[in-house]
Design a protein around this ligand. Structure first.
Ligand SMILES: Nc1ncnc2c1ncn2[C@@H]1O[C@H](COP(=O)(O)OP(=O)(O)OP(=O)(O)O)[C@@H](O)[C@H]1O
Ligand SMILES: [Mg+2]
Length: 265
């Protein structure tokens, strides 16, 4: 189960070196602290894929780090399946990272890390191969990460995440730095994988199209201190296609405007 409840979440960072400006809103800056997140309330259902959008520096990564238990909130709380988050939990949450593979292990060994509970070697190998096939890396099982392209490394990391089988998968800008075609393929893979495993997935992206194609829901965070400025369920059928759905295109234009771009390019 991967139900997440976020209640009145605040996060401030100490900022001792910052020189106060006279015109500054005193609520933004209290003593030596700068508020990054302010009064965030969100409920995420088990199995939902939620895409977070928002301007750079608004606190998206901070929010995900708090959900993952890497950082403590300054106020409010996060609960996963009703239980307060006290610290990182490898059993429930997997954080998808760039270069998250162990460089001294082959692709198969990296993917196998999540399958250590399978004691039978044959079952384990079969599962490893299944996940490697899912991300189309057959033939590269014995390669080390350095012998793979950037996109292939990202796919291997995805296979590793799938093998861990977490309740919640957290992806902070998972496609950044990928070439256009690899980006599209990876996105499709994540959508297909989500349809298949139905786990809770949180994705931070700067790409409005990614959010619209992938998300069961879009959450837009506003400027600092960040609040939720839009929280919308996306009921569009899948596979989603901007050319075939006028409603989807309309929402896309709306989001571009909301995020400060005059038209969708
Ligand atoms: N450990 C920290 N100490 C102090 N300030 C921090 C720390 N981590 C983040 N911040 C500040 O919190 C704010 C939000 O940072 P965060 O990384 O969450 O933004 P973001 O929305 O993920 O941005 P981007 O889209 O550029 O990745 C920034 O102003 C940043 O300077
Ligand atoms: Mg970030």
């Amino acid at each position: 189960m991967g139900r997440i409840t976020i209640e009145n979440l605040d996060k401030s960072y100490a900022n001792r070196r910052r020189i106060p400006r006279r015109e500054e809103d005193p609520l933004l800056r209290q003593g030596d602290y700068v508020a990054v997140l302010k009064g965030i309330d969100l409920t995420i259902a088990d199995g939902e894929m939620v895409c977070f959008l928002g301007p750079s520096g608004c606190g998206k990564s901070t929010l995900l780090r708090i959900i993952a238990g890497f950082e403590a909130p300054s106020g409010g709380r996060v609960r996963i399946n009703g239980k307060g988050v006290k610290g990182p939990s490898a059993d429930h949450i997997f954080v998808f990272q760039h270069s998250g593979l162990f460089p001294w292990m082959t692709v198969a060994e990296n993917v196998g890390l999540g399958l250590r509970h399978l004691k039978n070697q044959r079952d384990r190998s079969a599962q490893i191969n299944e996940f490697i096939e899912m991300v189309e890396l057959e033939g590269f099982e014995q390669h080390y990460p350095r012998q793979l392209s950037g996109g292939m490394q990202r796919r291997a990391e995805l296979a590793r995440a799938l093998a861990v089988n977490p309740d919640i998968l957290i992806m902070d800008e998972p496609f950044s730095g990928l070439d256009f075609l690899t980006h599209m393929k990876m996105r499709e893979e994540v959508v297909n994988m989500h349809a298949f495993i139905r786990k809770t997935i949180l994705v931070v992206t700067h790409n409005i199209d990614d959010a619209l194609i992938m998300g069961d829901r879009i959450v837009i965070l506003g400027d600092s201190p960040t609040r939720v400025i839009m929280n919308r369920q996306l009921a569009f059928p899948r596979p989603r296609n901007f050319e075939k759905s006028a409603d989807l295109s309309r929402l896309r234009s709306e989001l571009y405007l909301m995020l400060g771009v005059n038209y969708a390019v």
